[in-house]
Design a protein around this ligand. Sequence first.
Ligand code: DGY
Length: 409
Amino acid sequence: YQALDDEARKILRDNDRGSYTVPTDGLYPYQWNWDSAFAAMGFAGSDPDRAWTELETLFSGQWQNGMVPHILFHKPDPGYFPGPDVWGCSGPIPSSGISQPPIAATMARKVWEQDKGAGHPRMSALVPKIAAWHRWFMQWRTDRGAVCITHPWEAGRDNACDWDGAMAAIDPQGVGEYTRRDTGHVDPAMRPTKQDYDRYIWLVQRGRRLEWDEEQMARDTPFRVADPGMTFMLLRATRDLRAMAEATGFDTDEIDAWITRLRAGVETLWNAELGSYDSRDVVNGGFAQCVSNASFLNWYAGIENADMLAQLDRVMDAVPHGVPSYDPEGPKFDAKRYWRGPTWGIVNTLIAWGLEDCGHAAQAERVRRTTRDLIAEHGFAEYFDPIDGSPAGGGRFTWTAAIWLAWAT
Ligand code: DGY
C-alpha cells in the first residue's frame, strides 16, 4: 500500500493550513470540529507535534460557556455558505453557533498514547478545556441523560432520516433567498435537498436572533432530537477524558457522574419495536424508526448488545460495501444521498474500534476490510455508495486519509 500511504500523507499535507486542517479543499474551506479530531489522529503516527497543534487550534475557538463550535472560520472564504456573517457569533474566533460530535477527547487520548513523554503537558493543558466542553453538553444538550442536537449539523449526520420527523415540524417561513455553495462543488443528488437547506438556515437564523443564548434557544424549540450517535460518542469520549484526567490529577468525580448519566441516557434510546438504538424526538417523544450507522456505536461506548450484533450482520449482508448509514432494507434508503444510505469510513472506524474492544474480532475485521478495500479501489472520498462502492461527495478528504493511515491498513 506504499502508493496509497503516500497519497494519504499528501492529502493531509495539502489540506493543512498551518495550524489546522480543512476537510477538503473547496467544499469545506474552514476548520470543522470532528474532522479536525480525525486529522489529529492521522498526524499522530508521523508528527505528534502537528497532531497536538490541530487540537489546540480547535480549542482556541472554545466559547466562554464551554462550547466548541462546529466550524471555525479562521479566514474568509466566499466558496462556503453559510459563512460567519450568517451565523453572527462572537466567540474568540469567528465561528458557527452549534457544536459537533465530541470525539476530540478520544482522539487526544490516541495522540497521547503515541506521545506519552513530550505529549504529557499538552494533554494536561487540554483536559480542563475538554471537561468544560463536556460539561456544556451535559448542561445544555441532554434529555434524560441522552445527548440531543439542536440542529442536524450538530450531529454531523446532516440529512439522516433520523431527523425527518423533527424537520417536518419546522415551517421555514421568512427564511428568504440564499445561494447554496455546496451544490457548486458536488453533484446535488449527493447533497441534502432544498427542503433540508431551508430548515438548516431557518434554525441558524433563529439561533442568531436569540443571540445563541442556550436558555432562550431551548425554549419552544421545534427541533430537539436525542441521538444515539452523539450519546455513544460523548460517553466514549468522557471515559477517555477520565483516563487522561486521572493521569494528570484532574478531579474525576464530576466525570464519573457524567458517565453514569450518559449510561442511563443510552437506555432511553432503545427502540424495542425496531430492535435497535434509535433517535428520539424530544419535542413529541416519538422514535425515528431508523437503524443508522450511528446505532452501531454502542460497542464504541463500551455497551454490549446482542440484538445490535444481529442487526449489524443483517445490514452488512444486505449491501456489498457497508456499513450503510441507513438500513438498506428500510423505506428511505438512498445509496447516494449523504447520510441516507452511503458508507462513511470514519463511522466504520469508530464502529470497528468498539467491536474490537468488546471482543467481536470477526465483525471488526469485516468492517475494516470493507473500508480498506473501498478506499484502495475508489480513493479518499468523503463517503461511498454501499451498493457499487463508487466514491461520493468531496474528494481528497482529510478524514478518509486519516483513517487510512491510522486504522484501515
Ligand atoms: C455542510 O455545510 O454541509 C456541513 O456539513 C455543515 O457542517
